[in-house]
Design a protein around this ligand. Sequence first.
Ligand code: SAH
Ligand code: SF4
Ligand code: F3S
Length: 441
Amino acid sequence: MKTFYLETFGCQMNVVDSEQITALLQGIGYQPIATPDLADLVLLNTCSVRDKAERKVYGHLGRFKPIKDKRPELIIGVGGCVAQQEGQRMLDTVSYLDLVFGTHNIHRLPEMVQHVEQTRQRASETDFLDRETRLNLFPERTATESVTRFVTIMQGCDNFCSYCIVPHVRGREISRPSAEILGEIEGLVASGVKEVTLLGQNVNSYGGKTQGEISFAALLQAVDGIPGLERLRFATSHPKDITAELIDCFGTLPSLCPQIHLPVQSGSDRILSLMNRGYCAADYLDKVKKLKAVCPDIRLTTDIIVGFPGETEEDFQATLDLVEQVGYADAFTFLYSPRIETAAASMEDKTSARQKQQRFDRLLKLQQRISADIWEQDADSVLPVLVEGASKQGDGQLFGRTAWNRIVNFSGEQKLIGRIVPVNIVKVLRNSHLGELADDS
Ligand code: SAH
Ligand code: SF4
Ligand code: F3S
């Protein structure tokens, strides 16, 4: 039997794509294995959102060279966002690379692999596809043993935030037909799934560009109405597309978890404008206020970029102020890194790397204090936890999540998997909770 080794980097989009890659390769007789050493096919599914993504991928590929030197029949391929960005250039640079496939070309992988098997000819396919073709290629999420599932509702992004490579490597935004999404979720729920997360780069603009399609809020209402679905989440949201109708959902839909990831990126209006984000700090704070009004126990998380070109101490202070005001449960903080083809890459930037790092550290320290305060509130309370499976610690424990998406590890019987059980939070760790099943379960 032939085997493949697949490594996935980046966001949930890539995780979902890797599931599709796995299914497609199984369809042509390849089975997954956990290390590259004995594989017939090695694939990297790459991310190019930050840092020196391209260089990292080239470095990573180097690990496979000695294996290929020993076994020249090994096929090596790169997919995902770096592949989309670099294309043929990767084949030119890496002599032992066989395949490059872009973000719209995953469905071509089986044929590409078979072509290399038969002819030993190298190939790169990174053309973007038109809307209709892409809509027909949306991968159907089929049943697994999982209790929770991600369901892709859209692909691509049209926002062109000035720092971001995603619109360049994922192409234009398309929304999947709501009937198809609802049918898929009904199928997942029938097979035992209890929680779904609706997935897209910018889910709350769902349907906006498709004639006759329902709005994102209406989609949430419809998903909430599916019997047997216990919990509903979504990611990621763009603050400019948070509508009053969507905010209301947090007050009315029983399955919608009191949690939202709402990337703010900066608290400075000047920087937000340079970032092409389409909102100012006051707009953002107004939406946060309304969310908290309809759902008082909502917890927010965010993404923040530190050191965007031209960011002054005053701009940065505005970010710290906003972070303090919102009180995020968690924040993913990133040092700005220039990405090719993006507008910000050519903006003047006089701030030193050292200054940026100092700002980053100050923000991190502030956020760690705020996060600790918020998660500490859970201590000694009994929270409903959806049990997902055996704990990653491998110590016979179970793990699940609270409605706020916090991981809880606790002792319990396997038969609890898939159920929502009351768990007393006995210890708050930095990224998870330790709990004990409450007596009444
Ligand atoms: N579509 C999502 C996520 C995009 S990428 C959204 O809009 O929220 C995830 C995060 O990476 C972004 O929110 C941003 O904070 C960060 N990011 C993107 N490009 C970056 C860059 N060039 N430098 C540093 N951080 C970046
Ligand atoms: Fe990138 Fe902005 Fe699109 Fe998010 S919304 S993927 S940050 S361009
Ligand atoms: Fe990275 Fe591509 Fe996702 S650049 S963040 S894997 S869309």
